[in-house]
Design a protein around this ligand. Structure first.
Ligand SMILES: [Zn+2]
Length: 224
């Protein structure tokens, strides 16, 4: 009687068996377990079935799409939140959310301009410019106590960019530029004026320079 030799397992079949064993043990918190948990949380558990054929790159595209969509949802929620992250004060992105509703690279970031100018513009757009409305947070001052060092008004972005007498000269040039683009600019209310000058890409370079000049003038007079 001739004994039939057992066929040795091939490498792919061994890998598949090993994978199935590790994959199907719920108590084993392996890499596979983590991936499965993630796919399930993203509603992509169809990719957990190793017997289903998978088109090349389709899981990567699906996971990328789902995770980006989740991130965008969280981002939108965080910028539109009335309260700040700590839950104590107001959200410092309360103005940013009025001119930024789509998650994308901002156009002013693609313009060529001196880094200092871009930085100053970013600070005003994100509500983190070193003016009293922001620095007063570090001293736990109430908003009505965060007054301008040069006049007796609350020093926020509206006051600095639209009203403070100290920056009247640099502001006039910016207003002239804004009027040349939007003839109704001077008739807008304060919030719309601020949104216009901080978000209009046509005056982004000019406005970035103005923001930088304002911060320099402010530092100069405070150190005098
Ligand atoms: Zn002032």
């Amino acid at each position: 009687m001739v004994m039939k030799e057992a066929t040795p397992p091939t490498l792919p079949s061994m890998s598949r068996t090993l994978f199935s064993n590790v994959y199907n043990i719920p108590s084993c918190k392996s890499w596979f377990y983590s991936v499965r948990q993630k796919l399930t949380s993203l509603d992509l558990h169809n990719y957990c079935n190793i017997l289903c054929p998978i088109v090349k790159y389709s899981p990567v595209k699906a996971v990328y799409g789902k995770m980006m969509s989740l991130y965008e949802h969280e981002w939108k929620h965080s910028i539109n939140n009335v309260k700040g992250k700590s839950g104590k004060g107001r959200n410092k992105l309360r103005r940013y959310c009025t001119y930024m509703q789509i998650f994308c690279v901002e156009k002013y970031c693609l313009l060529i301009m001196p880094p200092k100018h871009r930085s100053a513009l970013s600070k005003f757009r994100c509500g983190v410019a070193p003016i009293r409305i922001e620095t007063g947070r570090y001293e736990n001052l109430k908003e009505n106590e965060r007054v301008c060092p040069f006049c007796n008004c609350i020093e926020d972005e509206v006051h600095v960019l639209l009203y403070c007498h100290l920056y009247a000269y640099v502001r006039q040039s910016l207003f002239d530029k804004a009027v040349s683009i939007n003839s109704a600019f001077l008739t807008l209310n304060d919030d719309d004026k601020l949104s216009f000058i901080l978000s209009n890409v046509s005056i982004a370079r000019f406005n970035a320079k103005t923001c930088n000049d304002i911060l320099n003038i402010r530092s100069f007079y405070l150190c005098k």
